[in-house]
Design a protein around this ligand. Structure first.
Ligand SMILES: *[C@@H]1O[C@H](CO)[C@@H](O)[C@H](O)[C@H]1NC(C)=O
Ligand SMILES: *[C@@H]1O[C@H](CO)[C@@H](O)[C@H](O)[C@H]1NC(C)=O
Ligand SMILES: *[C@@H]1O[C@H](CO)[C@@H](O)[C@H](O)[C@H]1NC(C)=O
Ligand SMILES: *[C@@H]1O[C@H](CO)[C@@H](O)[C@H](O)[C@H]1NC(C)=O
Ligand SMILES: *[C@@H]1O[C@H](CO)[C@@H](O)[C@H](O)[C@H]1NC(C)=O
Length: 601
């Protein structure tokens, strides 16, 4: 229980009534007053004098403490409002239903007009719950009368006009009408215009649709959310566009400048920002984020693996380690044979090689020692040979592909570029300290729409796409039906994100939007909308092509043998023949004995 000053003024009694009635749910109240106020409040509060030179700084500190409702009794209320609005952008605490009460004493002169001027400020238009307690002069009475005034926050126009709610009388200590003094509960906006910043990004937002097919000319998951929002609270959606800059960015947190959807919000050109905005940290510093409504996973479609070159097919039946094992088998078998022959290396390597490829031997061997070794080697050769034959048959009949790009590691290892039209795709990754993610971010490139479309045909890069919860994909229009055939979706997601709606900090709409999103989740409407929008507006062929891009290659089709399959073997054979021919020629040249008569005649 705190008392300032001595005698209880009527305005203090009125304030006490309001504190009891409307501030029960407040966590902390800031009192800003030139002189003393008397009140009895058993929760946290702070008290600031507005003359202090670093008033704005103090206000910021108070806000950081969590004191987000204000009771103001100053001579220059406009100055307070401007300072307050400024710090509302910087403070990290947010409250959608902030309450501000401006008080005036019966004996303070010339403040009433000043007080009503507050509503004319642009700064006031962002706050729903501003209450002015202004003395109402009544010379005929000894009682003090106080008008309780707010602004016309709802409705189509005149938002800066005062709205007289009630009057309070110091003699009876009663209100005349017992009105709710904070009437803007955001349940009915009476057609107030809500500006929504967005651009066409399927399937979240689609603008400029044919009005014959879609009467409002716009559709999309998020457009349906804001349309539903306005249907619910009786507001009017107005689209604000900055198509050139897409998501845009914040240029300066101090000057509150920026471009694109995010910039429009920072500059207060728009009330709500939509179009696949993720819960980005950088934006959280300057804006309010709503509850998430779509969990989306970002991955890429990468160039699909091609058929392997056919000269590789003879090597495919065995893995690399198997080939090494075979080479060692050859060496050990040769060594065994040399020892069995009594350290004589005559014909050993040729014999061993022959036996490994199941060639019969004309010489059965003189001793049982040699025979048992060659016998085991023949059996070994038989097994190897059959294994190789089986493998070869399968590599011939089942088409073999290059290694596919499945994971982030693959993208990084192969140094493949990935990209889109805007670097919003990497906002979520830029703060990561993981070396893999850092490398991934460095491989991200932005190109213009046309450049992306052109590059989609030359297998030079991967394209980021979004996997949405109902099983559809957000794919840029630069991926055409023809180009998508040569792409395969990656197995691993780069990251996942929660889509949110962004609003100005402490926007009056935040609570209401969150309520709506909760209801949408509850009803499952979001999934239904995603499906409806996808079926209506997305290219189903591309969706299906991407969805099935892996199964297409996983279920390999068996095909009859073609020349293509043997080409590899023949290339090897041809190379072998060529090499042996050259060796033969060089042998003939170097080992030619001058006195030997080659000619039998
Ligand atoms: C504050 O006062 C109200 C009634 O005036 C009471 O219900 C509440 O429990 C009190 N809170 C504390 C923390 O004392
Ligand atoms: C106000 O500013 C002065 C200097 O300008 C500084 O010394 C003082 O600490 C500041 N007060 C607060 C409460 O920050
Ligand atoms: C002034 O007070 C009288 C009674 O004391 C009341 O009838 C009258 O409506 C008041 N005038 C205004 C403008 O409030
Ligand atoms: C919605 O707002 C309009 C004004 O734009 C008003 O005429 C109408 O009555 C409101 N609807 C409801 C249900 O209050
Ligand atoms: C902010 O605006 C001021 C003047 O209006 C200018 O001097 C300053 O460079 C701006 N800061 C940024 C980060 O743009």
């Amino acid at each position: 229980m705190i008392f300032f000053g001595s005698a209880l003024l009527p305005v203090d009694i009125l304030l006490q009534t309001l504190l009891n009635q409307y501030f029960a749910s407040s966590d902390c109240i800031a009192f800003i007053s030139d002189d003393s106020i008397q009140f009895n409040y058993n929760k946290t509060f702070v008290y600031i004098k507005p003359e202090e030179e670093n008033f704005t700084l103090l206000l910021l500190q108070v806000s950081e403490m969590g004191c987000m409702d204000y009771i103001v009794k100053v001579n220059e209320p406009q100055k307070f409002m401007i300072a307050f609005e400024k710090i509302a952008h910087f403070t990290n605490t947010r409250k959608s239903d902030r309450k501000i009460i401006f008080l005036q004493d019966y004996h303070q002169k010339d403040v009433k007009n000043n007080l009503l001027e507050v509503f004319k400020l642009k700064e006031s238009s962002f706050f729903a719950n501003i209450l002015i307690i202004a003395p109402s002069r009544n010379e005929t009475s000894s009682c003090e009368y106080y008008d309780l005034i707010t602004h016309k926050f709802v409705g189509l126009s005149n938002h800066d006009q005062p709205l007289y709610l009630d009057q309070w009388n110091s003699c009876t200590k009663k209100f005349y009408h017992n009105e709710n003094l904070f009437p803007h509960s955001m349940t009915n906006m009476y057609g107030k215009v809500v500006k929504v910043s967005c651009f066409t990004y399927k399937p979240y937002v689609l603008l400029d649709l044919n009005p014959l097919l879609v009467p409002s000319g716009r559709d999309g998951i998020e457009i349906r959310i804001v349309d539903e929002f306005c249907r619910w609270i009786n507001c009017t959606v107005e689209i604000v566009r900055d198509d050139k800059h897409l998501w845009g960015e914040i240029y300066s947190y101090e000057n509150l400048t920026g471009v694109g959807v995010i910039g429009s919000l920072v500059k207060d050109r728009a009330d709500l920002g939509i179009t696949a905005l993720y819960s980005w940290y950088e934006e959280y510093l300057a804006l309010d984020l709503s509850a998430p409504f779509v969990r989306t996973a970002v991955t890429c479609i990468a160039p699909a693996p091609r058929l392997l070159a056919s000269w590789e097919t003879p090597f495919l039946p065995f893995s690399f380690y198997m080939w090494i094992a075979i080479i060692f088998t050859f060496i050990y078998a040769s060594v065994a044979l040399i020892i069995a022959q009594g350290c004589c290396a005559k014909n050993v390597f040729l014999t061993t090689f022959g036996m490994m490829i199941s060639q019969s031997q004309n010489d059965a061997g003189k001793s049982w020692r040699i025979r048992s070794i060659t016998g085991w080697m023949l059996i070994g050769g038989l097994v190897l040979d059959n294994a190789y034959g089986g493998g070869l048959a399968s590599t011939f009949t089942v088409p073999k592909y290059e290694k596919s790009i499945d994971t982030v590691q693959d993208i990084v290892d192969r140094k493949i570029e990935w990209g889109a039209t805007h670097d919003a795709w990497i906002f979520s990754l830029t703060l990561s300290q993981e070396p893999l993610m850092k490398q991934l971010v460095s491989q991200f490139k932005t190109y213009s729409f046309d450049e992306l479309e052109r590059k989609s045909f030359d297998r030079s890069m991967a394209y980021s796409i979004e996997k949405l919860p109902a099983g559809y994909y957000a794919i840029g229009d630069y991926i055409t039906e023809k180009a998508v055939l040569d792409f395969m979706i990656m197995l691993e997601d780069f990251y996942f994100e929660q889509c949110v709606i962004m609003l100005r900090k402490s926007s009056a709409y935040t609570n209401k939007i969150n309520q709506l999103i909760g209801r949408l989740h509850e009803s499952g409407l979001l999934l239904a909308w995603e499906r409806q929008v996808a079926l209506q507006h997305l290219n189903y062929k591309i969706q299906l092509e991407v969805k099935l891009s892996r199964s297409k290659k996983d279920v390999d089709k068996i095909e009859p043998l073609a020349v293509r399959h043997f080409l590899g073997v023949f290339i090897l054979f041809g190379t072998g023949v060529l090499i042996s021919f050259m060796v033969l020629i060089s042998e003939i040249i170097t080992h030619k004995k001058p006195n030997q008569n080659i000619n039998p005649l």
